[in-house]
Design a protein. Structure first.
Length: 101
């Protein structure tokens, strides 16, 4: 069960076929426990997105799905896509990425 006094960790990943995410917390013994998991297939339109757009989409989608758990609380997002760090530090010309940012 979630402990709303502890921070959450959100893991996300995207592929050419779908999106997935894990909502986790670290227990008192230091073990990470899964609280929620989600996944879905890409829509036909999303299959045309580049990988950076998909990785940004899965974060946006996951945070929106778990807003009850995360809103107003401390949490960390973990992704394996390094380009998202670049997105955070720059002004992108891509309006979709800018909107999700």
């Amino acid at each position: 069960y979630p402990d709303f006094k502890k921070p959450f960790v959100v893991y996300t990943d995207a592929s050419g076929d779908g999106l997935g995410g894990l909502l986790c917390q670290v227990d008192t013994e230091g073990n990470e426990k899964i609280i929620k998991c989600i996944s879905r297939s890409l829509t036909p339109a999303e299959k045309n997105y580049g990988i950076t757009e998909l990785e940004c989409l899965v974060i946006f989608w996951s945070l929106n799905k778990w807003k009850y758990y995360l809103q107003g609380r401390e949490f960390k997002v973990v992704t394996d896509h390094k380009a998202l760090k670049w997105l955070q530090e720059t002004k992108s010309e891509n309006t979709r990425l800018t909107r999700w940012k």
